[in-house]
Design a protein around this ligand. Structure first.
Ligand SMILES: Nc1nc2c(ncn2[C@@H]2O[C@H](COP(=O)(O)O)[C@@H](O)[C@H]2O)c(=O)[nH]1
Ligand SMILES: [Mn+2]
Ligand SMILES: [Mn+2]
Length: 302
């Protein structure tokens, strides 16, 4: 395919300086997008893009650093999980199977037993009850696709976020801890109509456009295109193209933590951002992947 001008224009600069992202022409075909950008732009190639070895759990923390312990996709299976030393826990969503209040309470109790100074959590597609519009639609459809959630009464989940008393819960919102600006968002590309699903393209880009430019640490449930987003049994890349463009061209955070694609567990870097797929569960929902530890220099004056 010829390398035309339109293939490199996925962003433009607003007169006041902000980079405005535009929908990528390969938005709806992430496998094709990966192949095209890899062959024509070397966008996922070494030396700048590499796999990274995570910090061993027993490594001493360098002075002046903050230690982040990253997990996701624990799916109510935390009982045997060995948690390492750290300052800040990040959970990138899918902490339950269906977002049932009983599961959320169990998760919150587990969080309460952990010694981290800060615990930051976002929802994933399995936290059905955290997605108010999704639940309203589910009731209209008489729980057709999720019959096991049909016994839920609205009064038991309307305030489900309030059950998370032992963490900072982010949903298209941010918090600053230890001088790091941290932003969290649960949305991911539509896949079988779960919670926080949105179509690829403008709908997801509208969510990513809410992320402030100066974000240091981004937490999303799903991966960006090309980073730990490979689904082997389908031979597909399933990461979000708009999320990749937003991360690489606009935000350029120090760290991007996500999960969702359990098979992608691991760490990569592109020379600017470290990408962590922190899925604890395997594709068969076995909670065997250890939490991933990342050390970052703590910003001065904090
Ligand atoms: N081909 C795709 N597979 C997907 C996608 N999103 C998720 N998945 C697969 O499901 C498991 C588990 O995800 P969960 O959210 O139900 O816990 C994941 O590891 C993939 O195998 C997708 O968009 N496309
Ligand atoms: Mn999951
Ligand atoms: Mn998921």
């Amino acid at each position: 395919m010829a390398f035309t001008h339109s293939h490199i224009v996925a962003s433009r600069r607003h007169p006041q300086g902000r980079v405005l992202m535009e929908v990528d022409e390969y938005s709806c075909n992430p496998t094709q997008a990966f192949t095209f950008y890899n062959i024509n732009q070397g966008r996922f190639q070494p030396p700048h893009v590499q796999m990274v070895d995570p910090v061993p759990h027993d490594a001493p923390k360098p002075p002046g650093y903050t230690r982040f312990v990253c997990v996701s996709d624990t799916h109510s299976r935390t009982d045997l999980l060995q948690m390492p030393y750290g300052d800040v826990l990040i959970h990138a969503g899918d902490f339950t199977e269906l977002g049932l209040p009983s599961e959320v309470k169990k998760f919150n109790d587990w969080l309460g037993s952990l010694p981290y100074e800060y615990k930051i959590v976002i929802a994933g597609n399995h936290e059905l009850t955290f997605d108010r519009e999704f639940m309203a639609d589910l009731i209209k459809q008489d729980f057709y696709y999720f019959p096991s959630a049909s016994k839920l009464k609205p009064e038991n989940y309307e305030n489900v976020q309030s059950l998370l008393t032992n963490c900072i819960y982010l949903q298209d919102s941010e918090v600053t801890v230890r001088g790091f600006r941290i932003y969290g968002s649960p949305w991911q590309p539509w896949f079988y109509g779960w919670g926080f699903n949105l179509p690829r393209g403008q709908a997801l880009l509208d969510k990513w456009n809410l992320i402030p430019d100066a974000t240091d640490i981004l937490i999303t449930h799903g991966p960006p295109l090309g980073f730990l987003d490979w689904v082997p049994k389908k031979l597909q890349r399933v990461g979000c193209v708009e999320l990749l463009n937003t991360v690489q061209r606009r935000i350029q955070p120090r760290l991007h933590v996500f999960g969702h694609i359990h098979e992608g567990y691991g760490v990569m870097a592109d020379g600017t951002t470290t990408y962590v797929n922190s899925s604890v569960c395997t594709v068969n929902y076995q909670p065997v992947n250890p939490p991933i530890v990342i050390d970052l220099p703590t910003p001065r004056n904090t």
